[in-house]
Ligand binder design. Structure first.
Ligand code: FES
Length: 102
């Protein structure tokens, strides 16, 4: 485990994504019902930023071509994406969101 400190929890908005770079890796943070989820930010189809996508519950819709991903598992739920994205453990400590990208 290697936890990386990212942004203050208070900066996240429920139902919205936030792009951060963790140890050189673009990561999308999502706040849903008070729980923080972290996924790879880059869509597996054509490199759009998923943090800019629309959230439908715990599903993010890619802003470029509309592929849908489960943010809890990273599973691709619809075309044109055929492969999933990585997900990462998160925790909130000292008011900050921490992500383990290993
Ligand atoms: S870039 Fe995400 S669906 Fe095409």
């Amino acid at each position: 485990m290697a936890w990386f400190k990212t942004v203050p929890f208070a900066e996240l908005q429920d139902g919205r994504g936030r792009r951060v770079v963790v140890d050189g890796l673009p990561v999308a943070l999502f706040l849903v019902d008070g729980q923080v989820y972290a996924t790879e930010d880059t869509c597996s189809h054509a490199e759009a930023s998923l943090a800019e996508g629309r959230l439908e519950g715990k599903v993010v819709v890619c802003p470029r071509h509309g592929a849908r991903f489960d943010i809890t598992s990273g599973r691709a739920l619809s075309l044109p994406a055929i492969t999933g994205i990585a997900t990462f453990p998160t925790k909130v400590e000292d008011g900050y969101v921490w992500v383990d990208v290993e």
